[in-house]
Design a protein around this ligand. Structure first.
Ligand code: DQA
Length: 145
């Protein structure tokens, strides 16, 4: 059975490419998905890449990852800073999670410095743009069986 990783993206990330490019870069979410899947293929990892603007979808998808024994790469967007429900979902499953942000949240407004997702994640990659997704995949490749 191949290794499986869910890559979950939260609100407004569907607008990448045109959304504040000076902060988030010019790559679209589709571009990030394509380059990540190329890397994953070489490692024999199956990537399930998703985006939603709904908090409950993220909660459901974390449950699904847990049920399928899949690891998680999570960019929860603004829900990072607000969602106790998402933190609880991550804590309720056994899946390893790496939190990713395109921007460096610690360089930005104070309200972005706190992350509920971090409390339930193995680690966080923030500020390295799309490369953060690749690095999270490589880290999970070492930690999953
Ligand atoms: C983000 C950072 C969040 O603070 C913000 O709400 C986002 C994107 C990032 O990838 O840098 O939507 O998660």
């Amino acid at each position: 059975m191949s290794k499986q990783i869910f890559v979950l993206n939260g609100p407004n990330l569907n607008l990448l490419g045109t959304r504040e490019p000076e902060i988030y870069g010019v790559l679209k979410l589709d571009d990030i998905e394509i380059r990540l899947k190329k890397l994953a293929k070489g490692l024999g990892i199956e990537v399930d890449f998703r985006q939603t603007n709904q908090e409950g979808d993220l909660v459901d998808w974390v449950h699904e990852a847990g049920a399928k024994n899949a690891a998680i790469i999570l960019n929860a967007g603004a829900y990072t800073h607000t969602s106790i429900a998402l933190m609880d979902a991550l804590m309720a499953v056994e899946s390893d999670c790496i939190e990713v942000h395109l921007s460096n949240i610690f360089k930005r407004e104070d309200f972005r410095h706190h992350s509920y997702v971090s409390k339930a994640s193995l680690g966080i990659i923030s500020g390295l743009g799309a490369k953060g997704y690749d690095l999270a995949l490589l880290a999970l490749n070492d930690s999953i069986s």
